[in-house]
Design a protein around this ligand. Structure first.
Ligand code: ZN
Length: 175
């Protein structure tokens, strides 16, 4: 009988300790501050997007369409500057990250920042398993990412020209 009592007491102590641990972790996650990216989201309804995007841009950015290869204005583009999201202006790539992949779409080997500007989503459409890339700020469709890149990163961000805008480096400031 004494043994059983001792067991019960031991159980109670263990439960009390684990409860305390749970409490601390819950408190921590409840008070987690939203990151800059989360609080910075651009949310519009489809009617609002139609007003600010051309029909070609809307088809790619919102309806996840793909422009025909070798037709995009940035495919063979090699000026120095930055590429932003075509829908919300979020800076996504620099010209130093761009390389000629000969695949017909602008290709980049990495993105600006720590990987939080572009969201990666598993895409099972068209009988393929691919990874879709979307702007993390407005959810605009950019293209797909592949791990067959020829540079050190091994990555190939394959992006529609219609999903991005180019901002040339301001050369007047450099002397
Ligand atoms: Zn965006």
């Amino acid at each position: 009988m004494k043994k059983i009592n001792l067991l019960i007491i031991l159980c109670c102590i263990t439960m009390a300790v684990s409860c305390q641990n749970n409490n601390t972790s819950t408190t921590n996650s409840t008070f987690k501050k939203p990151t800059a990216m989360e609080s910075n989201k651009v949310i519009k309804n489809e009617e609002e997007w139609k007003k600010v995007l051309s029909s070609e841009q809307y088809n790619v950015l919102r309806l996840k369409g793909t422009e025909a290869p070798f037709t995009g204005k940035y495919n063979m583009h090699s000026e120095k500057g930055k590429y932003t999201c075509g829908a919300c202006g979020y800076e996504l790539f620099t010209s130093d990250m761009k390389f000629d992949s000969h695949c017909g779409w602008p290709s980049f080997d990495k993105e600006i920042g720590d990987g939080s500007r572009i969201k990666k989503i598993k895409d099972m459409t068209h009988g393929m398993v691919r990874t879709e890339i979307v702007c993390a700020r407005c959810e605009g469709h950019l293209g797909h990412i592949f791990d067959d890149g020829p540079t050190a990163t091994g990555q190939r961000y394959c992006v529609n020209s219609l999903s991005i805008e180019f901002l040339p480096t301001d050369t007047t400031k450099k002397k």
